[in-house]
Design a protein around this ligand. Sequence first.
Ligand code: F6R
Length: 607
Amino acid sequence: MCGIVGIVGRTPVAPLIVDALKRLEYRGYDSAGVATIEKGRLDRRRAEGKLVNLERRIGEEPLDGLIGIGHTRWATHGVPNETNAHPHFSKDVAIVHNGIIENFAELRAGLLADGYEFTSQTDTEVVAHMVSREMDRGADPEQAAFRTLQQLEGAFALAIMFRGDDDLIIGARNGPPLAVGHGDGEMFLGSDAIALAPFTNAITYLEDGDWAVVRRNELKIHDMTGAEVQRKRQQSIGTSFLVDKGNYRHFMEKEIYEQPEVISHTLAHYLDFTTGAAKQIEMPFDFAKIDRLAISACGTAYLAGLVGKYWFERLARLPVDIDIASEFRYREMPLSKESAALFISQSGETADTLASLRYCKQEGLPIASIVNVRESTIARESNGVFPTLAGPEIGVASTKAFTCQLSVLASLAVKAAADRGKVTPQEQAGLIRQLSEAPKYANQVLKLSDQIEKLARELAHVKHMLYLGRDTNFPLAMEGALKLKEISYIHAEGYAAGELKHGPIALIDETMPVVVIAPHDRIFEKTVSNMQEVAARGGKIILITDRKGAEQATVQTLETIVVPDVPEIITPIVYALPVQMLAYYTAVFMGTDVDQPRNLAKSVTVE
Ligand code: F6R
């Protein structure tokens, strides 16, 4: 993960680099650092922890210089302290790096044998020394960088600066994204276009295997054979403002509250509420002609895909294989030529999802993706893109991107049902009418915040929680548990309610709250039986249901959260909100860092 920035500028670059890093902090916040060349001297400031610590450090001891590189870190090799913080130096070379150098141990051994000394435990310092060693052997900076890149294995993006040349940064991409921003007599490098948005919206994206020689008035891009290549310069649609929290305490809270609006925008992109038909969108495959759909994604996006499976299979009678991308990519699954592949990712940069996409592409499948970041690698490598219109999601725990992913999946399932002749035009119009009500109900659920907040105060003391649900509420139970554990650090598990008696019931005692997500549907009674099994063992039930469910649940609950009666197809979208709110308020009472929980990063560009 990590975010990297480089500027060959006209004014002192350190404040600009810090500004760009703020927009990249979602990629990691274990440490941060900036290096510049000032009067022929390499200098740097680094600090453990978040960017504010680096800002304070630079405030105490400013950095001058018209060229510089910066980094915000998500630790892979070496603990997150100042010594391991980037930029790393080796003689005249300074370097920042995102990703993992897989053969670093072997390379490090060679460098040690050649007398190079290491001050950090990082794989990055290996690259700095390798470039230095090439220069010691007589190479110029470009040759040294190229020869080094040829020896590196793994997924990485790099920015390299050289003490003897204050008009040169070399950027390289092998996996994680890297964009070059064109200014007027200045040039920028960044992990994404949003980082560079206040400086320029003229962007060139490096492709895998590219390395770029970036100077104030010149950009030259080469591929891994060393040949010069042309890459398109394009207008970025990244917004330049640093999205702020407004009156909310956290981005996560703001993003939860934005959901009625963004769900509405997303649904309207795919569905025509006036005619009651799915809109004609550009499709990389024909739902009527495929016999299977292979979905893969990670984390919350995977759970959205799992809900999608229920929809595609039930409404469109289209069989779905759904996989966690990190498993799929190595599973060597036989893929039918009549199937299509769908990838789901908020960031569009998740390494495992991207690798799965490339596997399917190689197998000749048409590739579609549901992404939030339109300019991301996954979007660019897909044959067709279904955007979520969630807007930038800053909180590390995904909320609005999830419900927008669900909105896209529901819309596509309706379209697939229509294209495959599994619904009549009237039935299609009925489903679309029901979907159009999701924003209204989501808004009503937000009004339950006082009740959920009060409940969360009690939960802030528990050690473990269980979430149960059936049908589309099963993935939602897993999503509830994921959300709770990642931001409150309370251990939680999500289970299919019917699985309770096959193991997890052993955990139940009076200290174990069990969240049951159960609208009054055709299998409600089955879930009531599971609640009885929990109650009989002293477990404390938190029931999330509708009015009818609350009336008919013949079981004592610690709390019953009553959401509006909603049509079945929008249940997962609407019920996602109380689940997110419960995790959010619990984390607030626990006093954790809600927007940037420990050990996590927003964009997971390493395996
Ligand atoms: C959890 C969360 C993660 C992401 C996962 C995939 O709240 O946000 O589980 O869903 O890392 O990320 P994307 O969607 O960017 O591929």
